[in-house]
Design a protein around this ligand. Structure first.
Ligand SMILES: CC(C)(COP(=O)(O)OP(=O)(O)OC[C@H]1O[C@@H](n2cnc3c(N)ncnc32)[C@H](O)[C@@H]1OP(=O)(O)O)[C@@H](O)C(=O)NCCC(=O)NCCS
Length: 206
């Protein structure tokens, strides 16, 4: 089947750059992930083993292979997030279903040392605009645990719609956790020149 995969892609806005991972990211990726265990593990899928081992430089090879495989078949857009050319996080649009749905789920994290600078809202706006254009998608969803106030702020600042409450939705940090479902379609931002334009306008006003 022919579809607009939107991958590979490199997107930028000021100091925030989204790009595919490279094999040479292994060492920095591992260091950042290991350093941020306490910050990230509470919000991530229950890991099948020790965090330290799953986030080693050699594990990155398997992570990368899986991300590339999903991207190649049009099911994911897995971006490394860089700030001033430094790898600081990840933003993926995954579980993409095309045909009549043309939808995907966004997931993201940033190194705690770089939190609070608007990096992920900018990254999400870039990725959503790309997904709605070159990526051929119509809808992006984000599912967030009710307790995750910083992540809820990200989508609320960008104007995602709160659409659903999913009891015991995902197995996160050792248990089935409730999630709030947020969504946005391409029509929601078409009149505003896209989500990045909206984000620029709103953040200038704040
Ligand atoms: C959620 C997350 C990606 C936000 O990224 P970010 O680039 O810091 O986003 P922002 O700069 O817009 O900050 C979002 C909110 O976090 C809060 N925040 C800011 N600095 C913070 C800090 N140092 N520590 C904790 N929260 C902070 C603020 O409430 C901010 O909202 P505000 O702009 O209204 O003040 C980041 O907190 C993170 O990686 N958390 C751990 C992983 C995670 O939760 N992933 C999402 C799972 S759904």
């Amino acid at each position: 089947m022919i579809f607009a995969s939107g991958w590979p892609a490199t997107l930028a806005d000021g100091p925030v750059l989204l790009r595919p991972y490279h094999r040479r990211d292994a060492r920095v990726w591992s260091a950042v992930r290991r350093m941020n265990e306490g910050w990230l593990a509470q919000w991530e899928p229950t890991p099948p083993g020790p965090w330290f081992d799953l986030n080693s430089p050699s594990s990155f090879r398997y992570v990368l292979r899986e991300l590339r495989r999903s991207a190649r078949i049009g099911e994911a857009m897995p971006f490394a997030v860089c700030y001033q050319d430094q790898l600081v996080g990840q933003l993926s649009i995954g579980s993409i279903v095309r045909r009549a749905f043309c939808s995907g789920f966004a997931g993201y994290w940033v190194d705690s040392r770089f939190a609070g600078r608007g990096i992920i809202p900018t990254a999400l706006a870039l990725a959503v605009d790309h997904a709605f254009s070159a990526g051929g998608l119509h809808r992006i969803e984000v599912n967030i645990r009710p307790e995750n106030a910083p992540s809820r702020r990200v989508v609320e600042k960008l104007g995602f719609r709160e659409e659903a409450y999913h009891p015991r939705y995902l197995h996160i940090d050792g248990a089935w956790r409730d999630h709030i479902g947020y969504g946005m379609t391409s029509e929601d931002v078409a009149d505003e020149g896209g989500l990045l334009a909206r984000w620029h306008r709103l953040s200038q006003r704040a």
